[in-house]
Design a protein around this ligand. Structure first.
Ligand SMILES: C[S@@+](CC[C@H](N)C(=O)[O-])C[C@H]1O[C@@H](n2cnc3c(N)ncnc32)[C@H](O)[C@@H]1O
Length: 242
């Protein structure tokens, strides 16, 4: 299953989605950190660290950060682990990886969540921050997560989810659909950055509901699957490899 239907205004078919998404992040990479910093009211680093700690990341763990982007999740993980040497960062965008490499001495791998170049049972903890909408199959992705986690290993997926309720959805739509892309272009003077944030909104708007993500995690054979909503805006999906 796709995390959202094909967005044919941007790419012709699901087969063309990875290349489109890759170009989008390659072109927007230089602006990404600045945009998400003010766009989420400077809460991003503290939240990424707090949530990994709350869900049990601890020193000694081998961590895989899938869709690491510019390294925002991994940098916070390194503070908890006390080192970056047990962190592996995976992303298909060379532009995003190039920024991440300047921030921490982790292991960086070019690749995609749906088919990862790691042996079975490799990691104690797996994170994916704000990228689930970009995969081409939830089933393939979650099967891979189950495969590379060690038995008892934990999965943590962070997402922004469109709120239910007309008033909250209205404000969410206005902020992410209009204000955020507009301010992005104003501050960065980059159409590439604006397009990245417009697409960000379109994928949130079209995304399958949390119940579908939870069902896909369960059918991949993961256990203790839960979605923890936060402030009606964030979703934390957690699961354990049996
Ligand atoms: C919005 S950024 C998130 C970056 C970072 N995790 C964070 O918390 O800010 C989305 C990232 O997902 C990556 N991505 C896109 N398609 C992917 C896929 N199929 N597998 C893994 N990562 C993917 C993009 O290259 C991009 O770096």
């Amino acid at each position: 299953m796709l995390p959202h239907p094909s967005l044919t205004a941007h790419y012709a078919s699901t087969e063309a989605k990875p290349e489109f998404v890759n170009q989008l992040f390659n072109k927007g990479a230089a602006h990404y950190d600045g945009i998400v910093d003010w766009g989420f009211l400077r809460s991003g680093a503290a939240y990424r660290r707090w949530t990994q700690k709350r869900h049990g990341l601890r020193p000694g763990h081998h961590l895989l950060d899938v869709a690491c982007g510019t390294g925002l999740v991994a940098v916070e993980a390194a503070k908890i682990l006390g080192t970056a040497e047990n962190i592996t960062c995976l992303d298909p965008s060379e532009g995003m990886l190039a920024v991440a490499k300047t921030k921490l001495p982790a292991k960086f791998v070019l690749g995609r969540a749906e088919k990862m170049p790691f042996p079975d049972n490799s990691f104690d903890f797996l994170t994916m921050g704000y990228a689930l909408r970009h995969v081409t199959s939830l089933e393939d992705t979650f099967r891979e997560y189950r495969r590379v986690l060690k038995p008892g290993g934990k999965l943590l997926i962070l997402e922004v989810t469109k709120p239910s309720g007309r008033v909250r959805e209205f404000f969410f739509r206005v902020y992410f659909g209009r204000i955020y892309p507009f301010l992005t272009q104003l501050f960065t003077r980059s159409r590439d950055a604006r397009d990245m944030m417009r697409y960000y909104w379109e994928t949130m708007d079209a995304c399958v509901p949390p119940t579908t993500v939870v069902a896909a995690l369960n059918s991949a054979g993961l256990a203790e699957v839960k979605r923890i909503p936060l402030m009606g805006l964030f979703s934390e999906y957690v699961a354990v490899k049996p």
